[in-house]
Ligand binder design. Structure first.
Ligand code: F6P
Length: 553
């Protein structure tokens, strides 16, 4: 395949950028009363307005041409067909199979994996029924009303984000905690709030080898045994979500208490699988299935809608335009719903671990920038923290604004105020404020000319800052499912355009290996241990300093 930047479709877009320098988004809106209709899409309970991107109908067509040239449709078909598109790990990528309610059968290497998917879901459902009914009790005969999910990365962020997002659907009397960090304080702070007689520990790890999770799991088990539990009770209080049957058995969790998934489910795409058990325990199995249904609706749209009317495709392509042609190296995710407060963190992994790649699937250096830095906070909190830089900083940063029109708990006029901000911020980023407008405003306030001259440059907003608005009626299990699937497919399409493998994560390995080498060099408290001198001077110096501080402490 010809290099991305050498194909004619890329050159056309590069010319478009030059042409766009002479205009502004304000002018584009003024010149086209149909702009909102032209650049918006509705699907699966979501409405996407991408009119506040610096694009025209021609540029949208050119972006589609780029997608066609990069064979996005072919790649999409290969994914749904279960081909091993994760080429560096030789794996299929079939998370949509986990939520396909059209009763399609998916195959991996000739095996019908849909049968396994359905069986695994039934096992989950039955277990949840037993926990909720109280048929499955703890070692002293009490109901297990508390869940502590121990996992990290995809085995934590997705379930935690979705559980938080669906707070209004929580089953009464149930509590969930998510422990991820190897920092012992995370587990200790959580266990301080738990009763061993009523706590179910879910050990969630695709590989069941992740250092943080296995260490936290062992400590949780020890806590359980030290606080009244016995070995027989472990079987009642510990379950595993994993692909690694042997390691789960070695940890002492029996087959009945293991909920499986498969290597064709990427960690950061796994909340639809058994990894979703903590979500389902907290919101009920029916609501968990509704989440899957919402994602399935977006899958159906992504499979079938023409590219120009395809929400994930257009979201991806305007992202490529902003990243590669307008130079936006960062992208903000700004949910105007407090319950979506973990969405930015979840999307950091989903996007950055997927597309933060400098080498293409062909092993050659990526010829153009790939995944942007993803960050964000719920609105309106972010407005009072970092939006200053979005509006007036020297870098161009693109953004997604996300909101439900109706809050799950409408209190006074809170939601109207929230929505007014959700609508105003994209308008401000797009419009900006010209120097003339600033000067007129200051003079209307009766300011002296010298003061106007001094203040004017500080009060100018350049505008032309691109953003998308994603609106839904309400944040429900269905719309949440659709929203997550929207981003999954957006990430996929961008990976295809950039020519990277969105489904491996080799970049996390080096740090893990070096930490393993350093671990024996860290002194236990009170011990004096000189650094082994096996690293660079900075790392050796820091090891020495850490060890001295620990010896003193
Ligand atoms: O180190 C990165 C990573 O492999 C992620 O991709 C993954 O989601 C996370 O670690 C946790 O992995 P596991 O579920 O195997 O414990």
């Amino acid at each position: 395949m010809t290099s991305l930047t050498e194909i004619p479709e890329w050159a056309v877009l590069a010319e478009d950028v030059e042409a766009m320098k002479a205009t502004s988004m304000r002018a584009l809106f003024a010149g086209d009363p149909r702009r909102f209709n032209r650049f918006s899409i509705e699907a699966a309970g979501l409405f996407l307005d991408y009119a506040k991107n610096k694009i025209t109908e021609d540029i949208a067509d050119h972006l589609i041409a780029l997608a066609v040239a990069r064979d996005v449709e072919g790649a999409r078909a290969r994914m749904f067909a279960g081909e091993p598109i994760n080429v560096t790990e030789d794996r299929a990528v079939l998370h949509p199979a986990l939520r396909d309610f059209a009763m399609r059968d998916y195959h991996v290497c000739g095996e019908n994996v849909s049968l396994k998917v359905r069986a695994a879901r039934e096992k989950m459902k039955a277990f949840i029924g037993r926990i909720h009914s109280g048929a499955h009790k703890g070692y002293t005969g009490k109901r297990l009303d508390t869940v502590v999910n121990i996992g990290i990365g995809g085995s934590d962020l997705g379930p935690q984000m979705a559980t938080e997002a669906l707070r209004p659907y929580w089953v009464e009397g149930r509590r969930s905690f998510f422990v991820s960090n190897i920092d012992g304080q995370h587990l200790a702070d959580t266990l301080a709030q738990c009763d061993p007689e009523t706590t179910l520990f879910i050990i969630a790890s695709k590989t069941f080898t992740t250092q943080e999770t296995m260490t936290n799991a062992a400590t949780a088990r020890a806590w359980f045994l030290e606080n009244g539990g016995d070995e027989a009770g472990v079987g009642k209080h510990f379950v595993a979500l994993s692909t690694n049957t042997h390691a789960v058995a070695a940890f002492g969790i029996e087959k009945d208490n293991m909920f499986v998934f498969w290597d064709w489910v990427g960690g950061r795409y796994s909340l639809w699988s058994s990894i979703g058990l903590p979500i389902a325990l907290q919101v009920g199995f029916d609501n968990f299935e509704k989440l899957l249904h919402g994602a399935h609706a977006m899958d159906e749209h992504f499979r079938a809608a023409p590219l120009r009317e395809n929400m994930p495709v257009m979201l991806a392509l305007v992202g490529v335009w902003n990243r590669n042609f307008l130079g936006a190296a960062s992208h903000a995710v700004l949910p105007y719903d407090q319950h979506l407060h973990r969405l930015p963190a979840y999307l950091q992994q989903a996007d950055m671990e997927s597309n933060g790649k400098r080498v293409g699937t062909n092993g050659a250096p990526a010829p153009a920038p790939t995944g942007p830095v993803i960050f964000g906070e719920p609105g309106t909190n972010g407005q009072h923290a970092f939006y200053q830089l979005l509006h007036q900083g020297t870098d161009l940063i693109s953004a997604d604004f996300i909101a439900p029109a109706i809050s799950q708990s409408e209190t006074g006029d809170h939601h109207e105020i929230l929505l007014s901000n959700f609508l105003a911020q994209p308008e401000a980023l797009m419009r900006g404020k010209t120097e003339d407008e600033v000067r007129d405003e200051l003079s209307a306030e009766g300011r002296a000319q010298a003061e106007i001259d001094r203040l004017a440059p500080h009060k100018v907003f350049p505008g032309d800052r691109p953003c998308n608005s994603i609106l839904m009626e309400k944040l429900t299990p269905e719309t949440l499912g659709a929203l997550i699937a929207l981003y999954e497919h957006k990430i996929f399409v961008q990976g295809v355009v950039w020519g990277v493998n969105s489904f491996d994560q080799w970049g996390v390995e080096l740090g893990k290996t070096l930490a393993k080498a350093i671990l024996p060099e860290i002194a236990r408290r009170g011990e004096v241990k000189p650094a082994a001198d096996t690293h660079d001077a900075s790392t050796n110096g820091l090891i020495d300093r850490v060890n001295h501080l620990r010896a003193k402490g």
